[in-house]
Design a binder for this molecule. Structure first.
Ligand code: FPP
Length: 261
């Protein structure tokens, strides 16, 4: 077993059996997760919705640790969409408070484990205290390069594309020749310009939707949907997603090698 996983995976456990099947030379470089089902998890237990979000933080921590130990390079977590502002103010405020506390409590762990925090979305729309914490932790971890944790906050895929077009217009005014625009140069105007496209998108809670997440970037991503609600999502689920990804053949619109003969 990889040394990073020793002591983390119980010998003889279900997780150990799954790990043994993983091909470490073909890990997804970038995993992006739509963390859904916190509300339903709470409702099933007659608890307030916010208890579901609190429980979801445990899944965030376990997923971050598992990805880092496996050797995943980029992990994007859809934590707050532009549409989430429509929720009751108490829930919205509680979500921001949870995020702020997460950043306060996890900063040392991120530093000690060489993890770098990044954000995609519209920073200006966030509560001031969250903006401050985010900037602090992003700055604190900016030289780390073990794994990049990219939080999608106040994020919308369509807004991202509109924002990219605005930036493009600014560049065109400064002399950028629009005839030179192609998919690769357009990508540089997106929030995700520094990151590769996701190889694997995971959505919890069984909904078969993309919900305005990374619309441009997931053109050729593999999608894995599980009925498990986000607060119940554990390393076993992540390992199953990776194994399923490794069974697939990514053709990017081409043919299987055997079909060319
Ligand atoms: C979706 O569940 C989840 C969210 C809108 C928020 C996700 C946020 C967290 C897990 C906590 C903060 C994150 C980090 C990165 C520290 P839902 O409420 O839509 O569930 P439902 O569809 O069952 O109602």
């Amino acid at each position: 077993m990889k040394k990073e996983l020793e002591g983390f995976i119980e010998p003889g456990s279900e997780e150990e059996k799954l790990i043994k099947k993983i091909d470490f030379s073909r890990l997804p470089r970038h995993i992006a997760i739509i963390m859904d089902g916190n509300g339903r998890w709470a409702k099933e237990r007659n608890l307030p919705r916010i208890r579901g979000h609190e429980e979801g933080i445990k899944s965030v921590k376990e997923t971050v640790e598992t990805c880092a130990r496996l050797g995943i390079k980029y992990l994007t977590l859809y934590a707050f969409s532009k549409e989430n502002w429509k929720r009751p103010k108490t829930e919205v405020n509680a979500l921001w408070k949870l995020l702020e506390n997460y950043l306060r409590n996890e900063d040392k762990i991120l530093v000690e484990n060489n993890l770098s925090l990044k954000m995609i979305g519209q920073l200006e729309g966030l509560p001031n205290s969250v903006q401050r914490e985010l900037k602090r932790v992003i700055d604190l971890t900016k030289n780390n390069n073990g794994m990049y944790i990219i939080l999608a906050l106040n994020y919308g895929g369509r807004t991202e594309i509109v924002d990219a077009v605005r930036k493009l217009f600014d560049e065109a005014k400064k002399g950028f020749d629009i005839n030179n625009l192609d998919e690769s140069s357009f990508s540089k105007f997106l929030y995700t310009s520094e990151f590769p496209d996701p190889d694997l998108v995971i959505r919890t809670s069984g909904e078969m939707r993309i919900s305005n997440f990374l619309l441009w970037q997931i053109a050729y991503s593999e999608i894995w949907i599980t009925p498990v609600l986000w607060p119940d999502f554990r390393k076993r689920d992540l390992l199953e997603a990776i194994l399923d990804y490794q069974k697939r053949e990514r053709r990017f619109g081409g043919l299987s090698p055997s079909d060319y003969s």
